[in-house]
Design a protein around this ligand. Structure first.
Ligand code: PMP
Ligand code: GLU
Length: 398
């Protein structure tokens, strides 16, 4: 395939999607696989949102191209949510709706980065950030938060990592993969560092906003002077169980919003019209189902923590948000099953797939090679069975 571009040849495949694909293939081949690899709600999209999409189709009013940054009434609903729920002083003009938050983030990197510009990526990071930065010509610079720091690098570490080439910093809170949540105080400390540097932007990925067990979500864009320095990313996939609808958005300073819209105007046009109509209902309609799903994640989190704590050798912090556990599994490195040696987290994830029939993702994909990621967006019975199998398989390693 030497004819393919070096751009794509230098790109890693998404590890979350690759592992999910592997699990799907094994399942299709008749194996009893429990998939804890893909971060995807196992709930159905709430009925009121489904109905809004059906009504949009039946009205026959939404079959044409939508405005590139999204329908005005959707952007108004998003701006209203961000003003009242997140205290972000925005207007509909600051909002650009895209085909999933993944697409939103890609737009932002394309809008901000010139060749060689650096992006500080809080590590552990969500897999796609690195490849997106590279694709846009930028250079990802990892800023590591250790397990003892609850995986959150300090503002002091950030200060030390900034160079004249730093254009942006990115993190997710609640964090995929660690479940860490940045408090308002921690965000304030970050903002103080950022405001010392001209033209330095924060990309705040808040896609797990509604799956937060601390009871308080803080948005850095709401802090003094930070609105003009922050691109807030959010979407519908996680909180409203709408992964397949492909609907995400940014709230950004006007020049960035306009730039993203310009990029989108050449690449994709406005996102799916029907999904956008459903998005309005998601934001403005009854929130009961969303709250119920968040409560289910809370219960599952307690269950999985209890079961993981029964497994010797794992170091398992309690996540404060999102729907992942990210245990340190390095105590098993160097152990063997027959001739099979577990050299690293990737080997362990493959071992669990073949021996326990449970799919997980190696922490290496997230910049944390001692850990593995387990999604607990699965039913309680699946989680119990998966954790039982993991425990038994790990006990076989000597
Ligand atoms: N950011 C993070 C941290 C995620 O985990 C995901 C999950 N896919 C996304 C962004 C992208 O979400 P979407 O489905 O809206 O593209
Ligand atoms: N964000 C989810 C995950 O981390 C979905 C997969 C993806 O988009 O990479 O598993």
């Amino acid at each position: 395939m030497e004819y393919l571009s070096s751009r794509v040849k230098n790109m890693e495949e998404s590890a979350t999607i690759a592992m999910a694909q592997k699990a799907r293939e094994l399942k299709n081949a008749g194996k009893d696989i429990i998939s804890l690899s893909l971060g995807e709600p196992d709930f159905k999209t709430p009925k009121n949102i489904q109905n809004a999409a059906k009504e949009a189709i039946d009205s026959e009013n939404y079959f044409s191209y939508s405005p590139v940054p999204g329908y005005l009434d959707l952007r108004e609903a998003i701006a209203e949510k961000l003003q009242t729920g997140n205290k972000i002083p925005c207007a509909p003009e600051n909002i650009v709706v895209s085909t999933g938050a993944k697409h939103s983030i890609a737009n932002v990197f394309l809008a901000l980065l010139d060749a060689g510009d650096e992006v500080i990526v809080y590590t552990p990071f969500w897999v796609s950030y690195i490849e997106m930065v590279k694709m846009a010509g930028g250079v990802p610079k990892l800023l590591e938060g250790t397990i003892d720091q609850e995986f959150k690098a300090t503002a002091q570490q950030l200060e030390e990592a900034i160079t004249p080439k730093t254009k942006a910093i990115i993190f997710s809170s609640p964090c995929n993969p660690t479940g860490a949540v940045w408090s308002e105080e921690e965000l304030r400390a970050i903002s103080e560092v950022v405001l010392k540097h001209d033209n330095l932007f924060v990309i705040a990925d808040e896609i797990y906003e509604y799956i937060n067990f601390t009871g308080k979500h803080a948005s850095i864009a709401s802090l003094p002077e930070m609105f003009e320095r922050t691109i807030t990313v959010n979407g519908f996939s996680k909180g409203y169980a709408m992964t397949g609808w492909r609907l995400g958005y940014i709230c950004a300073p006007l020049p960035v919003a306009k730039a993203c819209s310009k990029i989108q105007g050449q690449f994709t046009s406005g996102s799916c019209s029907i999904a956008q109509r459903a998005g309005i209902e998601a934001l403005k309609g009854d929130q009961a189902e969303r709250l119920k799903m968040a409560e289910a994640y809370r219960n599952r989190r307690a269950l999985v923590k209890e079961l993981l704590d029964e497994i010797p050798g794992l170091k398992t912090p309690m996540p404060e948000g999102a729907f992942y556990f990210f245990p340190d599994v390095s105590a098993y490195f160097g152990k063997k099953f027959g001739n099979q040696v577990i050299g690293n987290a990737g080997d362990l994830a493959m071992y669990l797939l073949s021996e326990a029939n449970v799919s997980t993702v190696s922490g290496a994909a997230f910049g944390a090679p001692k850990c593995i990621r387990l999604s607990y967006a699965a039913s309680e019975s699946e989680l119990k069975e998966a954790l039982k199998r993991i425990k038994e398989s790990l006990a076989q390693l000597k």
